[in-house]
Design a protein around this ligand. Structure first.
Ligand code: PEP
Length: 252
């Protein structure tokens, strides 16, 4: 029904040579896996080389970020059209590091999602609450706002291009994973939001990934949850052995 997605976000790590070495290893170990989608998101400088290595493979390449305009006087930015030009099929948007460190707003993220959709690219749209928000009972309000504003004016038919990644900020890069139950509850809530903002069919078709310290030893429990359709993996995606184990999560 919903094809799982296992995506690796390499953040600001790896030279071109190291990136090629990693995807060559992934290609050897995981290229035959066809029951899930595998995505890797290297740094900009390695994107083209990685896309070339993976050109014949079933592993897709993603940008980690983009600017919502295709060309113009925007020094230092990279557009959806340019990501597509070098072979990217996806782009991550709304990652909490971009929201927190670079001040990205829901409206800006919404503009990026629209620009990526117009280019025919897939979107990995990250949402998630901070620890403070969770502890002060604002989690559901925050997730509702992020979904409502991030997906504002995005029609139901374009939602086929959107994968949502629920990433509780307190679990990213901290080694603290949400429990299976915490993750399952948040995912069920997000699916309910999609049903409310769109409809039941769309909610049933949209993939919702979990991200936040996913590792070889916790992936099976997370992936066993009904509403978890894959994982967005940071640290553990930098080592071929760990990422391959995550790709080979226990199938139900
Ligand atoms: C991420 O970067 O999206 C992430 C979830 O990182 P980590 O797996 O290292 O927590």
């Amino acid at each position: 029904m919903r094809k799982p997605v296992i995506a690796g976000n390499w953040k600001l790590h790896k030279t071109v040579a190291e990136s090629i070495q990693l995807v060559e290893a992934l290609n050897r170990e995981a290229a035959g896996v066809s029951d899930i989608e595998i995505v890797v998101a290297p740094v900009y400088t390695a994107l083209q080389n990685v896309a070339e290595v993976l050109a014949e493979s079933n592993i897709a390449v993603a940008g980690q970020n983009c600017y919502p305009v295709n060309s113009g006087a925007f020094t230092g930015e990279v557009s959806p059209a340019l990501l597509k030009d070098i072979g990217c099929r996806y782009c991550i948007v709304g990652h909490s590091e971009r929201r927190q460190l670079f001040g990205e707003t829901d409206a800006f993220i919404n503009a990026k999602i629209k620009a990526l959709i117009s280019e025919g690219l897939g979107v990995i749209f990250c949402i998630g609450e901070t620890l403070e928000e969770r502890e002060s009972d604002q989690m559901y309000e925050v997730l509702t706002r992020q979904i409502r504003e991030g997906l504002k004016d995005i029609p139901a038919d374009a939602m086929q291009q959107v994968v949502i990644a629920y990433e509780p900020v307190w679990a990213i890069g901290t080694g603290k994973t949400a429990t299976n139950q915490q993750a399952a509850e948040a995912h069920a809530f997000i699916r309910g939001l999609l049903q409310g903002f769109y409809n039941e069919e769309l909610a049933g078709q949209t993939r919702i990934l979990y991200g936040g310290s996913v590792k070889p030893d916790n992936v099976d429990g997370l992936m066993a949850q009904e509403d978890i359709d894959g994982t967005l993996v940071g640290g553990a995606s930098l080592k071929a052995e760990d990422f391959v184990r995550i790709i080979n999560f226990k199938r139900g």
